[in-house]
Write a protein that binds this ligand. Structure first.
Ligand code: ASP
Length: 352
């Protein structure tokens, strides 16, 4: 009898615990924030059509990430889905639509970080991978390393059977013209266009030259409370000598830790690297117990601005706090939390 009673009590406790877990998951919030670059982006410089296309592209990417989170998927998968969507969109300087090096090549950088384990993967200077963010993920999960560069990264991508594309896939006339202007200004020779490059007038009419920075990124917290961050970019127009910016550097343009926050940056990479912007924001949250928005503003509006750098970041914390901060005229950005209406914004004066 006593034995039966004890079993009953144990069963009730287990049932109650299982119930608690189930309730917690069902009630758990998820949040995702994305960006498509910062820069000279104001109402005067965008046509109505450009404004509408950028908002639609941000919405598509946000939906891709939110769908993963809504289905109780991981923040890593959500970040990857949102970024892959923007890599395929020629409006952004990542994947298709990436900017050109002085030699007329697309050299793509990307990174992803798992806030639960602090695992990370990054690639720099890859030339044939359709979705560099997927390659960063493979580096994290299928190699003993954190960062691969150049031909080695291309070879790893091929080995991992990621989709390979002809370099002409990344081509947009707008970005090529931006290169020509850069080279003329710097009195450098203009290289031949990539073989097979063809203009697409419809796309070229919509791509806005944001004045250097058009990187894409995403940060998310999933229903399990796990954070992730990812960033993907073509870098800066006219870059030379194997230049790599902040985007694939863990702690500079990309960082995630469940103990503090997840950050993805866009802007003048040389400044973000020296300030370790992403990690710095998370350190302020972790050690100074600052609110996420305050920590982001401290680093962007004080430290980055004081050093002469421009750009911005998006961030998310384990409790669902979301933030964005930038010292440029605008930043393509969007965010959503479970059960709330999504926000999409471009210009500085749009509501926080
Ligand atoms: N941060 C990137 C880099 O320096 C550029 C960008 O944000 O568009 O490579």
């Amino acid at each position: 009898m006593l034995h039966m009673k004890r079993s009953l009590v144990l069963f009730s406790i287990c049932f109650a615990m299982a119930g608690t877990v189930a309730v917690t998951h069902a009630d758990s919030q998820w949040s995702i924030v994305i960006h498509g670059g910062a820069g000279v982006i104001d109402r005067a410089s965008l046509t109505k059509e450009q404004d509408a296309s950028y908002r639609a592209a941000l919405e598509r990417a946000l939906d891709a990430g939110a769908a993963v989170l809504e289905a109780n998927g991981s923040s890593l998968d959500a970040v990857q889905a949102a970024i892959a969507s923007m890599e395929d969109d020629a409006l952004f300087n990542a994947g298709r639509g990436a900017v050109y090096t002085s030699e007329g090549r697309n050299e793509l950088d990307a990174a992803i970080m798992d806030g639960r384990t602090l695992n990370a993967g990054a690639v720099a200077g890859v030339t044939r991978t359709r979705h560099p963010i997927l390659l960063a993920r493979k580096v994290m999960e299928r190699s003993p390393h954190v960062m691969l560069v150049g031909p080695g990264a291309d070879a790893f991508s091929f080995e991992q059977r990621l989709e390979q594309v002809d370099p002409a896939w990344f081509y947009t006339e707008r970005r090529w013209r931006a290169l020509e202007e850069y080279l003329e200004e710097h009195k450098l020779p203009i290289p031949p266009k990539p073989i097979g490059a063809s203009a697409n007038a419809a796309i070229d009419a919509l791509v806005h030259d944001e004045g250097k920075y058009g990187t894409v990124g995403a940060v998310a917290v999933d229903v399990h409370g796990n954070l992730a961050a990812g960033t993907s970019t073509g870098g800066t127009t006219g870059k030379r000598w194997g230049r790599v910016g902040d985007s694939p550097i863990i702690g500079a343009g990309t960082y995630a830790s469940n103990d503090s926050c997840a950050v993805s940056a866009t802007g003048a990479g040389e400044y973000f690297i020296r300030l370790t912007v992403a990690r710095e924001i998370c350190a302020l949250v972790e050690y100074k117990k600052m609110a996420l928005q305050a920590a982001a503003d401290e680093v962007i509006h004080k430290r980055l601005t004081a050093l002469g750098g421009d750009g911005g970041i998006i961030a998310v914390a384990p409790d669902g706090q979301m933030a964005w901060s930038f010292n440029t005229k605008g930043m393509y950005r969007a965010r959503v939390t479970k059960g709330k209406a999504p926000e999409v914004a471009i210009y500085k004066e749009e509501r926080r």
